[in-house]
Structure formats: C-alpha cells, structure tokens
Design a protein around this ligand. Structure first.
Ligand code: FEO
Ligand code: CA
Ligand code: CA
Ligand code: CA
Length: 657
C-alpha cells in the first residue's frame, strides 16, 4: 500500500459534538466529591453502592428468562496475556473457528466456495459470509423453543478491508468493486446444528440469508415518508436500499434480530465541502479514502443525493425465521451512530431499549414503547409493531449519582420549529441535535449496554475510551466520565427507579475503571481487581448472570504505548459484586473480540473474531495480506479471515462454571 489509511477507528478520532450543551463538569465541587466516592466504592464492590434491594429487585424479567440460579463464582482458570496468533481459552475448553468470511451462507444452489486469493466475484460475495463479523444472536429452532443444539445465528458484518477483499486491493477501482464491498457488509443468518462432530453450519438451509447494502428495507415510525427521507429514487421516503456499518445488535423476546448502523457517515462524502449543520453534526466529510464507494456510486455522494444519508443511522429489525421478510428501519429509536440495542421488558410489559451512540462526547439513549409486549408466539405480529411507536429519551447523569431520562419529543423542552425541529420526524432525523438542546451528558464513547437478567431495570454500559477528554477546548472529567485522557475506558451502570424502565429517574455509579496496573501514569492504572483489560466494548450478561466483557483496543494501540505488555484483545468475565475480573480468552493478532451469544443451556458460547491481521496503520497490503496474522487458516491459507468461534467445555458443562 502506498497510502495507508486508518479505517475502523477513524470515527473515534473525530469529534462531532461541538455543542455548548453544558457538561456538568462545571459543577466542580460536586464533581470532585463524587469522584472520590466513586473510586472508593468501585473498589469496594457493587453492593456497597446500589442498595441490595435494588440489585435484587424482582419484577418482570429483564432481557431473558433467567433459567438458572445466579452464578456466585467463576470456575475457570485465567489465561495470561497473549501475543499468539490464535484464540486461547482456559484449560478444559475448546474453541473452533467456523463461518469464516467467504464461507457460503448456505442458500440452495448458491454456495460458492471461498477462494483464498480473494478472487470470488461480486455476486459470489452476496452468497458468502461478509467481512468483519460483529454483534450476533442465537435463536433456537423451532421459534419459541429452548433448544440448545439447533438454531439460527444472526450476525453483523460491520466493515470491510479493501486490502483483503481483492487480490489487487483498490487498484482498477470501479463500481463492480464497490459493489463487492457492499455485498461484504450487512447481516448473515445461518442455520447451525450440534451433532457428534460438534457445531456445524447447515447447508443448504431454508433460513440462510445475506442482507447487504442493497437489500430493500422499509422505514417505520415518525420519520417514515418525511421530507428529509425522500430521495430521487424513493420519492415517498418509505423504502431504503440496505443497511451498513452494522456494529452491535439486539434481540427481542419475540424472536427478531436488531442490527445497528454505526459508522455509516464514513461512507458518505460531500465533495463540494458545503456541509450542512446536520451533516457536520454526524461527521460527514468532504472526502474519504477508505471505502471509495461515493466516487462510483452516486447514492453516497451527498452533493448529488443530499437526503440519502438521513436514511442511515437507524436500528433495523430483521425476522431471521423468514428469509423473505423485509427488514424495517425503526426511526422511533433515533438516528445516531448506533452501537447496540439492548431490549428489556418493563414490569408493566412495555419494551425499553437501551442504546449507545459511539463517538467521543456522545450520549446514551433509551426508547420506551407505547404499547405492551404480549408473551406467546401467537402475538408475534402485534409484538413486531412495538418498536414503531414510543418515546425516545437521552440520559443525563447528575453529579450526585442521580440521573434523568430527557424526552426527545417535538414541542417539548425547546424541540420546536424556532429551534429547527418542525415535527417529530425531524427531531428523530436530527436526534443528536435534539439531545444537545436538552443538555444530555457527553460520554466517553458509549458501546454495548447489557441488562442484568436477575435485576429488573439494572443496566451496564461500556465506555470504551476517550483520550480527548480534558484536552484544551474539550470537556473535562465529570462524575460519570471521571478521568481525563481516558485511554482505558470504564463501565457505568444505572438502576431505573423502582426497577421500571418506563421511569424517567435513575441512580447510577461506576462499576470499574479499566486500566493497566503497570502503566506509568496513575490515571491509566484503573482499579481492576484481578486481570487487567482496557477499551471494553462487547458486554453481555449470560443466562447465569455472569458479566462478559470483550475488548477493542485499536490496531494502532494493541500491545503498545500505555497498553504495552497487555498483548492482544481479550474477553474477561466478572461476577458483579465480587469485584474480580478474570481473563477467559485472548484473540489472534490484530483482531477485536466481539459478538456474544450463548445457547439457552449456557453450554455453548459463540463469539466473533473481527479483523484479524488488521495492521496498525490501517488497510491491509494486498501484496502481503498475512503481514500481521494468518488466522484462522494458518500459513497455508491465503489471508486472515474474520470468523465466528464456537466455544464449549470439554466435559460438556456450563461455560464459566
Ligand atoms: Fe462498532 Fe463502537 O464499535
Ligand atoms: Ca463495538
Ligand atoms: Ca469499539
Ligand atoms: Ca475494532
């Protein structure tokens, strides 16, 4: 490569929030006292902070039916930091890669084999696993069952590496090459089954599906048909081609998959340089040198198609059980750089969905449905309408440990025509700007959110890092983001009032400050008891209440600088309240660990290894694709490939026990 460009992490280097929305760091005294309280309490463990009654409050089950007793201890032996080019799991466990980028998804009659030199055609890529697997969910088959040996895996393919996707990289660039990249993003649905040989992809399968950047999908909610959603190709503003930059995910109790559009603004360009306030607020730039789609596909040129960008940045609901179904973009859940969407059912039966906007100094949101969830598969059609109507809120974390959900509702709190919001559809297209006006708290890159399955209304969120905090002209440390130069990130949690996600008040505290005990500076050491980690991203409780944390240290930082000695990315587990963190898995070189899906018996764990071999400077070199990693195919393979990894305990036992 003559010109390396940072890819995935470019968005992290940008800041789009220049609003004067007052950070409550201005309340200096409160901040300082809260900070010392937090650091003390985090070290002392959970129960010291949240009243036990709240932690254990019953009410309706949060995310899943907690089918077993809450785990009280971790049973595996910690693995050390690793720089090996493989997935390392504890003694007594086995990890095996399957469903690698380029493997056929399993559509009958359309199962092209992967070509290790990346010479598969654009059309073949549409029938194969995409690149850079990310969020993922397991759906037992048949629908509504609790089967742990047969099901569907729905997963995201977040982004691409043009250096690996083609034998000659970006040379001879044209629309056909851009289309291959578009076919390598989006979502896969694969059927998986466990037999005597372990878990395998079922091929062919009537469920097998690839959703790409060109799959038709409908728009739901208040922005459906809005003037801001209309384009030359879609004069009604109701139908979009595709979804992209699919990061983390959600899973509904009615058996649908939510895929979340994160760094979509990296795709669009505005060559004239005349970016509107709206485009600036979401980070659309004059040019981009990573995907190169907008130069050959006018849809992504914002001078030529100014509203197309408004049709991205949403949460998309997909029915994995019906490959003919049309995915729906739910505008009621807001337009941001959506990381994930954690779905909970409130004690009164409404759906509360928690979502992070992953960029420095952006916000945390929740959506509360207007209508209530009805258990039982017979009500699936009703339940599939629940994300179309409701109220969106943004979080304000007060310095005294209280918090407020501020409603993004047209006509309230200044969200009026005088301030640029003509109706609710406009509030949602401009979600970030509406949240600025309400005074939401600027966070250190909100990534995944997970609900404690044993405590209604108890949510945890990874704030991966933000080394811009405290820099000149940028917001400084505050109670909820207590470290300037936050290179290691932290995990924040909140408890909805009364365990009820429909409430607008909550209490919060910080679970842990990630860090490296060997780091030179005090602010980088963190307060982890046990195994160190940094840049937490993936976060999920399993069915036993064990909290799993996956890291995404950027390729330019892995094992370097403050992270020296920490090796590759990793996955750790903790029992909330124990204060102990224990390393369960380490990734191959250059990879992020992401995607968490447990079977209902908690005996199989699926994870994703994203971008193995990503060089520190950005795109892979097509003439030396294995410079960093040759995982999972090894030295005889053609290039590194993102893949799903299936993890089981050799004695057939419960993961983590
Ligand atoms: Fe796609 Fe914020 O990670
Ligand atoms: Ca992520
Ligand atoms: Ca990340
Ligand atoms: Ca990454």
């Amino acid at each position: 490569m003559s010109k390396p460009y940072l890819i995935k992490n470019r968005h992290a280097d940008d800041i789009s929030n220049t609003s004067s929305n007052p950070a409550f760091s201005q309340v200096l005294q409160a901040k300082l006292s809260r900070r010392s309280l937090l650091q003390g309490s985090a070290a002392a463990g959970a129960a010291a902070v949240l009243p036990l009654g709240l932690l254990q409050s019953s009410g309706a089950q949060a995310k899943t039916a907690a089918s077993s007793a809450r785990a009280r201890r971790l049973g595996f032996k910690s693995v050390p930091f690793s720089t090996q080019d493989t997935v390392v799991v504890p003694e007594g466990y086995t990890a095996r890669a399957f469903y690698k980028w380029g493997d056929p998804v399993g559509i009958a009659g359309k199962m092209p084999a992967f070509k290790p030199d990346a010479s598969n055609s654009t059309q073949e890529q549409a029938y194969q696993a995409g690149m850079h697997h990310d969020g993922m969910a397991f759906f037992p088959l048949p629908l509504g069952s609790n089967r742990a040996d047969h099901g569907l895996l729905a997963m995201n393919h977040e982004y691409i590496d043009n250096g690996l996707l083609f034998p000659d990289g970006t040379a001879n660039w044209d629309l056909n090459k851009a289309r291959k990249g578009q076919n390598a993003m989006g979502v896969s649905v694969v059927e998986v089954r466990r037999s005597g040989n372990g878990w395998e992809i079922v091929r062919p399968s009537a469920y097998a599906r690839r959703i790409t950047v060109n799959t038709p999908m409908s728009i739901s909610g208040p922005a459906r048909g809005h003037a801001l959603m209309k384009t030359a190709a879609d004069s009604r503003g109701t139908t979009v081609l595709g979804t992209m930059q699919n990061c983390a995910n959600g899973k509904t109790p009615w058996g649908t998959y939510l895929t979340c559009e994160e760094n979509w603004s990296d795709i669009f360009t505005k060559p004239s340089g005349n970016m509107t306030a709206l485009e600036k607020r979401y980070g659309i730039g004059r040019e981009e040198k990573e995907y190169l789609w907008s130069g050959v596909d006018n849809r992504f040129d914002s001078d030529k198609n100014p509203n197309e960008a408004n049709r991205f940045g949403w949460v998309v609901e997909i029915d994995p059980f019906n490959p003919q179904s049309t995915p729906r973009k739910h505008t009621a859940l807001g337009r941001i750089k959506h990381e994930g969407a954690e779905v909970t059912i409130t004690p009164g039966g409404r759906v509360a969905v928690y979502m992070g906007d992953d960029q420095r100094f952006e916000y945390i949101y929740k959506f509360v449905s207007k209508n209530t969830y009805r258990p039982d598969n017979g009500n699936r059609t009703h339940n599939m309408s629940l994300l179309e109507e409701g109220t969106l809120y943004v979080a304000r974390f007060n310095a005294d440990g209280s918090g407020d959900w501020l409603p993004l509702v047209y006509g309230q709190n200044g969200l009026t025509a005088e301030n640029g919001f003509a109706d609710q559809g406009e509030v949602l297209v401009k979600t970030r700007m509406a949240a600025d006006l309400l005074g939401a708290t600027k966070m250190d890159r909100p990534e995944w959110i997970s609900a404690d399955p044993f405590a209604s209304g108890s949510l945890y969120c990874t704030l991966t890092n933000n080394n811009e905090r405290g820099k000149e002209g940028k917001p400084g440390a505050d109670a909820a983001n207590p470290r300037n130069d936050n290179r290691f990130g932290h995990i924040i949690r909140w408890q909805e009032k009364g365990g009820d996600g429909t409430q607008t008040a909550f209490t919060w505290d910080i679970l842990v400050l990630a860090g490296n005990k060997q780091a030179a500076k005090a602010e980088h050491k963190g307060n982890i008891k046990g195994d160190d980690f940094g840049s937490p991203d993936g976060l999920s409780f399993d069915h036993r209440g064990v909290l799993w944390i996956q890291t995404d240290v950027s390729s330019s930082t892995i094992n370097q600088k403050e992270y020296a000695g920490m090796g590759n990315n990793q996955m750790v587990a903790t029992i909330v309240g124990s204060g102990e963190y224990r390393r369960f898995l380490t990734a191959p070189r250059g990879a992020e660990v992401t995607g968490i899906a447990f079977t209902p018996d908690n005996k199989t764990l699926f994870i994703n290894i994203q971008h193995p071999g990503e060089p520190s400077e950005g795109l892979s070199d097509p003439h030396n694709p294995k410079a960093v990693s040759s995982w999972p195919d090894g030295p005889s393979g053609g290039r590194p490939r993102a893949a799903t990894v299936v993890i089981t305990k050799n004695d057939g036992g419960v993961i983590g026990s």
